[in-house]
Design a protein around this ligand. Structure first.
Ligand code: C2E
Ligand code: CA
Ligand code: CA
Length: 759
C-alpha cells in the first residue's frame, strides 16, 4: 500500500493520473451533452408527430370521404371517423383487427353478398370507383350505397404496401341518378312508342337516337340510323333547307322552328316530312342536342298536288283543261314578239256524238282517250294539247316557224285518225275538223280569247265545208254567222217547244241499296239529230237569259215528276250552274213550284254545278240562302275538282257534296283516287254534310265508297238516266226489291236527305 501511495509521489505518475482524470471528466461531459441533445431532438420529433397526427385527424374528419387503410396482412391499420360512420362500425373496435372480422355485411348493386376484401378492392390497386351496399336493419329497402375506391401504396416501412380505401356515402347521388335514369327511361319509352317520328340529333346534325316511326318513315331501322348524318337522308334539292334556321336556333334567336322538306327513303321513294326542331341546352345554357319531331306529310302534299293537277287537267285524258290552256296561251302572247311564232289549232271531232249515243259513254270516253294520244303524238312537244269540252280540243303551238308547225300537226292528226278503232265488233273511223289561227297584231291585242275564237271560226268553216279537213282563219270568217249563234237561236225555240226534257238517274243509299232520290239530267230531244246530251248544247249557250230560261223550265218538270213520281219520299236534284243564279228568279220559281205541287221543300234539291267558273258573289249566295232557309237542300256538285272547292263549303250554304266522278273512276286500282275519295268523304262528314258519290260503275267502287263513309251513290251500276215515264214504269218492281220499308233515319220514315247543318 505504501508502495502505491509512494507512486503518486512520483511526479510522472501524478501527472499522468491527473491527465487521465481530466480526460475521463471530458468524456463524461461529452456523453452527457450528447444524450441531452438526443432527448431534445426526440421530444421535438414527438411533438411534430403529435401535431401532424392532430392535423391528419382534422383532415380525416372534415372530408366527406372516409379512409380505411388495410395492411398486407389484411389488418385494419386505420379507419377514419367518417369511414366508420359511413360503414356503421365502431372505429375503436376496428383498428388493429383483421378486416374479415370487422363485423360488416356488404352487397353489390344487385344485392348479392360480397367478401370485404373483394368489396374494398384490397390489393387490387383498382382506382375505378365501385358502388357497394351496406344493408341496414330496417328491411330490404334500407341500404346505404357507398362508393369505394382503392389504391395500393408502399407504406415506407418494411411491412410492405398497404391498401388505402376511400369511402363515400352516395345515397343522395344514387337517388338523383336513379331519378334521372327513370325519367330518361320514360322519355325513351314515350319516344319509342310515339306514332310520330322522333330523333335526337347531335350538334353536328348527326342522328344520336331515332324511334321506330322515324325509321319506318325513312324505310330503315333504328339501329341502322344511329350515328348517321341526318342530311344524308335528305333529298338533294332540300339538302340545306334547315341550315339557316338551325343556326338561328343555335345562336338563341329562336326557340324552335318548323320546316317541310323531302327525304329519300332507302327504297328510293321520296317522302315529304314536316320537321319540328327544338334545341336542348345544358343548365349553363350551352347547346347540347336537338330534339326533332318528324311528321310524314306526303299524303297532304299529294292531296294538294292532285287537287292542283285536277284543277288544271282533264281527268279523262290527262290533257290540260280550258283554264290551263288559256293561261298558257295568254302567257305566250304576253312575251315579246309573239307574232307568227304563236298559234292555235281548234279541233272538233266529227260524228263523235253518234258514236256516244250508239255505243254509250264508256265507248265515247275510250275514243276520247285514244284521240288525246293521237293529238299528243302529232304535236310532239311543239305545244300544249288541251281538251276544253266534250269532243273539243285546242292545241297552243309555239314554234319559230309556227305556220309550218301547225300545218304539220294538223296533217299528222288527220293521218293518225285514219286508222280505225275497234269498238265491240265494229271498226270505227273518227274524223276531225281543224281550224288554224296565228297570232297577228289584232289577235295579240285581243288576247287569248281573240285568238281562240279565230281558230274556232276556222274550225266551223272546216266543218261546213265537209268535215275531216283543215281551214286557216281569214278575216272573212269573222262575219259569217257562226255555229254558236245558229244553235243558240235553235235552242231558244227548243225550250219553248218543250224539246228540252229531264231524264232521271236513281240515287241509292249505298248501305241498304234503297232508291232514295233521282238526279235530273237535261237532254235535248232534237227533231233531226236525235237525243242530245248536255255537253253538246249547254256549252253553246252564251246568252245568260237563255240559260236562265232553260233552268226555269226544268224546275217545273222536276216538280211535276215529284208530284206524280213513283214514291212520295224520294227527292229530285236539279242541276243549276252558278251563272243561272243571281237575280232570285230561279229561287222564286222553285219556291212557287213547291207551293203549287204541295211538295216538302226537302224533296227538291239544288245541285250547284260549274260553281268554280263563277265566283259565288253575294247575290248568288243570297239566292242560295233564300232556298236553304225555305228548306231546299243545296249540294255542291263535282266536289274535289275546280278551284278551291273547300272555300265554297265555307262561303255557301251547302248541305251536301257530290264526289266528282273522276275520283270514283280510279277506284280501287288507282291509289290516289281511292285516297282522295276517302279523305274527301271524311272531310264532308266532319263538316256534317250529306255525301253522294257519282259515276259508280262497278260493285267494287260501290263497296269501297260505302266503306269510306259515302252514304249515297249513283251511276250506271244502279241505273242510267231515263225519261220520267220509264222511271214510273220500272220503279214499282224496283221498289219491290230495293226499297226498304223500314225507316233508316229517325223521324224521316223516308229517304229524304238528312241535312244536319243549318248554315
Ligand atoms: P253532272 O252533274 O256531273 O252529271 C253527271 C253526269 O254523269 C251525267 O252526264 C250522267 O249521265 C253521267 N253519268 C251518270 N252515271 C255515270 C256513270 O256511271 N259513268 C259515267 N261515265 N257517267 C255517268 P250528262 O247527263 O251528260 O250531264 C253532263 C253534265 O251536264 C252534268 O254533269 C251537269 O253538269 C250538266 N247538266 C246536266 N243537266 C243539267 C241541267 O239541267 N242544268 C245544268 N245547268 N246543267 C246540267
Ligand atoms: Ca250533277
Ligand atoms: Ca258531277
Amino acid at each position: 500500500m505504501g508502495g502505491v501511495v509512494g507512486l503518486f509521489n512520483d511526479p510522472v505518475v501524478a501527472w499522468t493520473a491527473t491527465i487521465a482524470v481530466l480526460l475521463l471528466a471530458c468524456l463524461a461531459l461529452f456523453f452527457f451533452a450528447r444524450s441531452r441533445r438526443a432527448r431534445i431532438a426526440r421530444d421535438q420529433v414527438l411533438a411534430r408527430e403529435r401535431r401532424l397526427r392532430r392535423q391528419f385527424e382534422a383532415v380525416m374528419s372534415s372530408t366527406r370521404d372516409g379512409v380505411l387503410i388495410v395492411t398486407r396482412t389484411d389488418e385494419i391499420a386505420l379507419l377514419s371517423d367518417v369511414a366508420a360512420s359511413v360503414l356503421g362500425v365502431s372505429r375503436d373496435d376496428a383498428v388493429g383487427r383483421p378486416l374479415a372480422r370487422l363485423g360488416l355485411r356488404v352487397v353489390d348493386d344487385r344485392m348479392r353478398p360480397l367478401l370485404l376484401r373483394e368489396a374494398f378492392g384490397v390489393d387490387t390497386n383498382d382506382v375505378k370507383p365501385r358502388i357497394i351496399g351496406v344493408p341496414g336493419r330496417r328491411g330490404p329497402e334500407d341500404v346505404r350505397w357507398v362508393q369505394v375506391r382503392a389504391r395500393v401504396v408502399p407504406d415506407g416501412l418494411d411491412e410492405g404496401p398497404v391498401t388505402i380505401v376511400t369511402i363515400m356515402d352516395t345515397s343522395g347521388l344514387r337517388e338523383a341518378a336513379e331519378a334521372i335514369s327513370r325519367s330518361d327511361a320514360q322519355f325513351r319509352k314515350a319516344m319509342e312508342n310515339a306514332p310520330i317520328g322522333m330523333a335526337l340529333v347531335d350538334l353536328e346534325w348527326r342522328l344520336m337516337e331515332v324511334n321506330r316511326a322515324f325509321a319506318e318513315m325513312m324505310g330503315s331501322t333504328v339501329a341502322a340510323l344511329r350515328g348517321v348524318p341526318f342530311s344524308s337522308l335528305s333529298h338533294p334539292q332540300d339538302l340545306h333547307a334547315e341550315r339557316d334556321q338551325l343556326g338561328r336556333l343555335y345562336e338563341g334567336h329562336s326557340s324552335r322552328f318548323n320546316i317541310e322538306k323531302r327525304y329519300v327513303r332507302t327504297d328510293g321513294n321520296v317522302v315529304w316530312a314536316v320537321l319540328d326542331v327544338g334545341l336542348v341546352r345544358h343548365a349553363g345554357g350551352a347547346p347540347d342536342h336537338y330534339v326533332v319531331q318528324v311528321r310524314d306529310s306526303t299524303d297532304d302534299r299529294m292531296h294538294s298536288e292532285i287537287m292542283a293537277h285536277r284543277a288544271m287537267h282533264d281527268p279523262l285524258t290527262g290533257l290540260a283543261n280550258r283554264t290551263l290552256m288559256q293561261e298558257v296561251l295568254q302567257e305566250l302572247l304576253d312575251q315579246p314578239d309573239p307574232e307568227f311564232r304563236v298559234g292555235v289549232l281548234a279541233i272538233d271531232l266529227d260524228g263523235f256524238k253518234g258514236l256516244n249515243d250508239r255505243f254509250g259513254h264508256a265507248t265515247g270516253d275510250n275514243a276520247l282517250v285514244h284521240v288525246a294520244g293521237i293529238l299528243r303524238a302529232a304535236t310532239g312537244g311543239r305545244g300544249t294539247v288541251s281538251r276544253i269540252g266534250g269532243d273539243e280540243f285546242v292545241i297552243v303551238v309555239q314554234d319559230p316557224d309556227c305556220s309550218k308547225a301547225m300545218y304539220d300537226i294538223a296533217g299528222a292528226i288527220h293521218d293518225g285518225l285514219r286508222r280505225p278503232i275497234q269498238v265491240k265488233r265494229h271498226q270505227i273511223t273518227l274524223h276531225a275538223s281543224v281550224g288554224i289561227a296565228m297570232a297577228d297584231a289584232e289577235t295579240i291585242h285581243g288576247g287569248a280569247p281573240a285568238l281562240l275564237s279565230a281558230a274556232d271560226a276556222a274550225m266551223y268553216r272546216a266543218k261546213s265545208l265537209g268535215k275531216s279537213r283543215t281551214e286557216v282563219f281569214d278575216t272573212s270568217m269573222q262575219h259569217t254567222s257562226d255555229r254558236h249563234s245558229v244553235l243558240a237561236a235553235e235552242l231558244a225555240q227548243a225550250i219553248e217547244r218543250g224539246e228540252l226534257v229531264l231524264h232521271f238517274q236513281p240515287i241509292l243509299e249505298l248501305r241498304t241499296r234503297t232508291v232514295v232520290g233521282y238526279e235530273a239530267l237535261v237532254r235535248w230531244q232534237h227533231p233531226t239529230r236525235g237525243l242530245l246530251l248536255p255537253a253538246s248544247f249547254l256549252p253553246l249557250i252564251d246568252d245568260r237569259n237563255l240559260s236562265v230560261a232553260l233552268g226555269l223550265s226544268l224546275v217545273d218538270q222536276a216538280a211535276h215528276f215529284l208530284a206524280n213520281g213513283p214514291s212520295q219520299s224520294t227527292w229530285v236534284s236539279l242541276n243549276v250552274s252558278a251563272d243561272q243564279l243571281g237575280d232570285s228568279e230561279f229561287a222564286d220559281r222553285v219556291l212557287s213550284a213547291i207551293g203549287r205541287y204541295h211538295l216538302s221543300p226537302q224533296r227538291l234539291v239544288v245541285e250547284l254545278t260549274e260553281v268554280s267558273l263563277v265566283a259565288p258573289n253575294t247575290r248568288i249566295r243570297h239566292e242560295l240562302t233564300e232556298l236553304r232557309n225555305a228548306g231546299v237542300p243545296i249540294l255542291l256538285d263535282d266536289f274535289g275538282t275546280g278551284v278551291s272547292p273547300l272555300s265554297y263549303l265555307r262561303d255557301l250554304p251547302v248541305s251536301g257534296v257530290k264526289l266528282d266522278m273522276s275520283f270514283v273512276a280510279g277506284i280501287p286500282e288507282d291509289p290516289a283516287g281511292a285516297r282522295v275519295s276517302r279523305a274527301l268523304g271524311a272531310l264532308a262528314r266532319e263538316l256534317g254534310l250529306a255525301t253522294i258519290a257519282e259515276g259508280i260503275e262497278t260493285e267494287d267502287q260501290a263497296q269501297f265508297l260505302a266503306e269510306c263513309g259515302w252514304r249515297y251513290g249513283q251511276g250506271w251500276l244502279f241505273g242510267v238516266a231515263q225519261p220520267a215515264a220509264a222511271v214510273r214504269e220500272t220503279t214499282p218492281e224496283y221498289a219491290a226489291s230495293l226499297i226498304d220499308p223500314r225507316p233508316t233515319d229517325g223521324d224521316l220514315g223516308s229517304h229524304i236527305l238528312r241535312f244536319d247543318n243549318d248554315r
